[in-house]
Design a protein around this ligand. Structure first.
Ligand SMILES: [Zn+2]
Length: 425
């Protein structure tokens, strides 16, 4: 597939990249912490200042700004004649604690540059073209990940905002008061117009593009995630008096079954398995662990593969605990299906990459993104740009100016096809 009408879509990727770096640098001042990195949690003063700064940037570039009920900020390139489904592009403005200045922010800045470049070069689009800065994605201050994009989608589909969950932050402030304190502007009816397509640029947060020496990642799917607690119960006892043969050591058993699972996981292409959280009882230096509980996070793009691995986990847990005379309880507490991106948008991004002369390859996203909120009901796609060393959610997260510029050039071409040529899947 190729973009039918090819105007002089030749912005300089280098200058787009320079502009992106300048904007990212300015945005990074909001929430920058002395320990290093950026902590910009939803509805905090740093978050509010960042949104206000973005609103000023949007206005200065001739975009019409508006807000919705939960503090998502939009900057619209208005079409010559009103109406039509809007094309939405952007990412999230919140960060993790001591995060970097690219996760989320790169997508907002890229969208802002792309939409204003198109407007300055070709005038008004044929469909409303909205840059969005989503209020929240990370689920750090409140356990409400994708709060921004899910409410943006609800508004676009004419639904009421999600009822405010009864959740507190670590200072005991509930989300309702946090919203009140953020003093948000009133919601605009523009946020309730239907969305025709959603495109998000994001840093890869992995190292596949860098390893392959490829410029652009065309995201084919966001992987599904399943999470479990594995509770292994053995028998606590004295570290010095109980012989190795007589013990039922819950930690030894947990380690052995985890090792077995890690080996099996490594043999399945693209599957990831992580045991990141551990609780040991009684957790004392001179006592044999009596009970060990740990988390399992399993990700893959195929639901069937996740089902198969779920059976594998059950089998390994019961076999190994039986061998070691321990007992086990497995609890599944999260099951998020894989989210494929829209095939036409995937093709559009690939073709835009080729036309621009940048190398591209299909990639899976191992992390969740706002695009997965939209993908179920709106044609959606994602453009990845390389992350140095695959580092993210850390102060040394980095993507070069050139890499950003190439991604923005591709985004420009995709948005041109969608909003100017009204190519809607
Ligand atoms: Zn992100």
């Amino acid at each position: 597939m190729s973009i039918s009408h090819k105007p002089n879509l030749r912005p300089s990727a280098q200058s787009l990249g320079h502009e992106a770096v300048q904007l990212l640098h300015s945005l990074a001042q909001f929430g920058s912490v002395p320990e290093g990195g950026i902590t910009r949690l939803v509805y905090t003063p740093a978050w509010r200042e960042a949104q206000a700064w973005l609103e000023r940037e949007m206005t200065s570039r001739g975009l019409l700004t508006f807000w919705d009920d939960v503090g998502n900020l939009y900057g619209r390139s208005e079409p010559a004649s009103p109406g039509g489904r809007r094309i939405l592009t952007g990412s999230h403005v919140d960060t993790v604690r001591q995060g970097g200045c690219f996760d989320g922010a790169a997508g907002i800045v890229a969208s802002l540059i792309a939409v204003s470049w198109l407007r300055a070069t070709y005038g008004p689009p044929n469909l409303p073209l909205d840059v969005v800065s989503f209020a929240e994605e990370e689920g750090v201050r409140f356990p409400v990940a994708f709060w921004g994009s899910s409410n943006a989608l609800a508004a676009a589909e004419g639904r009421e905002p999600t009822p405010l969950p009864r959740v507190l932050d670590e200072d005991g402030i509930d989300i309702e008061r946090a919203i009140r304190d953020a003093n948000l502007p009133p919601a605009s009816r523009r946020s309730r117009q239907p969305v025709g397509a959603y495109v998000e640029l994001h840093v890869e947060q992995g190292s596949k593009l860098e390893e392959a020496g490829v410029d652009i990642g065309v995201v084919t799917a966001i992987v599904g995630q399943r999470r479990y607690w594995v509770e292994v119960v053995g028998r606590a006892g004295h570290a010095g008096t109980m012989s190795m043969q007589a013990r039922v050591d819950a930690m030894a058993c947990a380690c052995s079954l985890l090792n077995e699972l890690l080996e099996r996981a490594a043999a399945i292409p693209d599957l990831t398995l992580t045991a990141g959280q551990w609780h040991v009882e009684p957790n004392a230096v001179n006592v044999i662990p009596g009970r060990v509980t740990f988390s399992l996070d399993v990700r893959h793009s195929s639901e069937r593969q996740l089902d198969l691995f779920a059976c594998e986990i059950e089998r390994v847990c019961s076999n190994i605990t039986a061998e070691r005379r321990a007992s086990v309880r497995l609890t599944s507490w999260m099951n998020q299906a894989p989210v494929p991106m829209n095939p036409s948008i995937i093709a559009l991004i690939s073709s835009a990459g080729n036309d621009a002369g940048w190398s591209s390859m299909p990639v899976l996203s191992g992390a969740g993104h706002d695009a997965q909120t939209f993908a179920g009901s709106v044609p959606s796609g994602m453009i990845f740009v390389p992350s140095r060393g695959g580092v993210s959610h850390a102060p040394d997260e980095f993507t070069s100016s050139d890499a950003l510029g190439r991604g923005i050039e591709v985004l420009i071409r995709v948005l041109y096809a969608l909003a100017y040529e009204t190519y809607l899947p």
